[in-house]
Ligand binder design. Structure first.
Ligand code: FAD
Ligand code: MLT
Ligand code: ZN
Length: 492
């Protein structure tokens, strides 16, 4: 059969369906009820299962009847060995905050959720290497590190829910990649279990290890298609002693680019974030929170600039001089510097709160793309023009599109184009896709900068990967997961 949500995807008839006997096996292995949510033998479990079937945006919905919560790699190994033998398909799931429908089943795949694997295994204060279970929540890890004067080298709006395993599986980028780099650099080791139950111990804590293929890299960003990550070793930097943030209003995208150039030049080693928010995105945050804008006037563009360093007075002086310079040169129209921790948090909410503000509007078509900086914001204008000329955008309820907004990690050339709709509709989707992917491919961009492909971008991978690369990916998939039980129906 096909799923309502995915008319073009057919259930693979080679996969078995979960039986009462399978449930009994898992209950014995993992210990019911805390480790198994079961809608196969128990009729009234549907409500308990619903949150595992539905993604953060409530856009993608699967039909699993079984959720397993193993507590360690050995249990995961036993679960997968059984699933592989019985040809039962599975979906790895962490905090379920993914934005491309990768973390929920498409049909009846078993959800393997990592929430019970939540132990910090070790932390070495001299090297800064943290070893942790895959199910540790990002904010919990960062709090643990804060108590030891260190920092997790990734931060994002979903930190209160997402798991380290999910972060590594999506190769999440986040708000400070500009400063701390990608997880491909800061993850030193990965422990993972393959579809047949084999435990891959690549949990090195070494910074340097040139001994053949770097197998852990394959799991970083694989989105659960090659195996389940059970543990990670991460290089964590010392927590900066001084962190400052400023918020600017600007009249044009050209001025945003100029401000970024100046920030790099003048703030250099202490620059830790440069984020872009357009006026429409900030209006949405204002409407959803009721908070007073940080600046007096309204502007078409805003930037958030953060510095992190070891000397508060020195950093503040540099940031003030930078602010004075870009105000004096007319690059920014207005700006404010956070004076205390409360203001610091309040300013960051104007950036981090956009995703949630959008989620209150109905539905959102999300495009997370890498484009060379010169053209970055042009995509938002071109999309709005296109939808306007097709008669799809308007203020009143008769138009399907409520807003076309842009924001993102300017410092990484990563734009988030979001088209907020009153409800999801094929008419709007067809007006944007594949047009948007063609637009990006023409500029040698990437159709997914940081969220991954999941099921949302499954059909469009060819806009960013060539035939040879796709063939190699399929060969790797066949080698690691010959029965194809790991997160099927997604991008590979
Ligand atoms: P899930 O959503 O549970 O899973 C995501 C994918 O990883 C799925 O394909 C799943 O099968 C796989 N997976 C999960 N755990 C494992 C595992 N242990 N082993 C193998 N595969 C696994 N992303 C960014 O890159 N940058 C951002 O700034 C950012 N901000 C966000 C802000 C908000 C408010 C939200 C809701 C999401 C944001 N995201 C961002 C998207 C999301 O990718 C991240 O939140 C996070 O990395 C997902 O982690 P998770 O534990 O929730 O994974
Ligand atoms: C962000 O940068 O805010 C996240 O990637 C989430 C989003 O794109 O909305
Ligand atoms: Zn982002």
């Amino acid at each position: 059969y096909t799923s309502d949500a995915y008319p073009n995807i057919k259930r693979n008839p080679n996969f078995a369906q979960v039986t009462a006997e399978d449930v009994r096996f898992f209950q014995e292995l993992l210990g019911a009820p805390s480790a198994v949510v079961d809608g196969v033998t128990s009729d009234n479990a549907a409500d308990d299962i619903e949150p595992f079937n539905s993604d953060w945006m409530r856009k993608y919905r699967g039909h699993t009847r079984l959720v397993l919560k193993p507590k360690d790699k050995d249990e995961i190994s036993a679960v997968l060995r059984y699933c592989n033998e019985k040809k039962l398909a599975v979906v790895p799931q962490g905090g379920n905050t993914g934005l491309v429908g990768g973390s929920v089943p498409v049909f009846d795949e078993i959800v393997i959720n990592t929430s019970r694997m939540n132990q910090i295994r070790s932390f070495d204060e001299a090297s800064g290497v943290l070893v942790a279970d895959a199910g540790v929540i990002l904010e919990v890890a960062d709090q643990y590190l804060a108590e030891r004067e260190h920092l997790f080298p990734l931060d994002l709006g979903a930190k209160g829910s997402c798991h380290l395993g999910g972060n590594v599986a999506t190769n999440a980028g986040g708000l400070r990649l500009l400063r701390y780099g990608s997880l491909h650099g800061s993850v030193l080791g990965v422990e993972a279990v393959l579809a047949d139950g084999t435990v891959v111990d690549a949990l090195s804590t070494l910074r340097k290890n040139n001994t053949g293929y770097d197998l852990k890299q394959l799991f970083i960003g694989a989105e659960g298609t090659l195996g389940i990550i059970t543990g990670v070793a991460v290089q964590c930097p010392p927590r900066p002693k001084a962190v400052n943030v400023a918020y600017f209003g600007l009249e044009s995208y050209d001025q945003v680019r100029a401000a970024f150039r100046e920030a790099k030049g003048q703030l250099s080693e202490i620059l830790s974030a440069f984020e872009l928010m357009d006026g429409r995105s900030q209006r949405l945050v204002h409407e959803s929170t009721g908070n007073k804008y940080p600046l007096e006037g309204e502007y078409p563009f805003y930037c958030l600039v953060e510095t992190s360093g070891s000397n508060g007075e020195h950093d503040l002086a540099k940031l003030e001089a930078f602010l004075e310079h870009i105000l004096g040169e007319g690059i920014v129209a207005d700006g404010v510097l956070a004076q205390d921790e409360t203001q610091f948090q309040a300013i960051w909410r104007w950036r981090e709160g956009i995703t949630e503000a959008l989620s209150h509007l109905g539905g959102t078509y999300k495009y997370d793309v890498s484009i060379p900086l010169t053209d970055l914001y042009q995509l938002v204008d071109d999309t709005r023009d296109r939808l306007t000329s097709l008669g799809l955008v308007g203020e009143d309820d008769s138009y399907p599109v409520r807003a076309v907004v842009g924001y993102g990690h300017m410092g990484d050339s990563n734009l988030h184009l979001n088209v907020a709709v009153r409800q999801y509709s094929k008419e709007v989707e067809k007006a944007i896709e594949p047009w948007v992917y063609e637009w990006i491919a023409q500029r040698n961009g990437s159709i997914s900068a940081e969220h991954g492909l999941g099921v949302a971008k499954k059909e469009f991978i060819g806009y960013s990967q060539n035939e040879t690369n796709l063939k190699l990916m399929k060969q790797l998939k066949a080698l690691y997961d010959p029965n194809g039980i790991m997160n099927p129906y997604k991008y590979i």
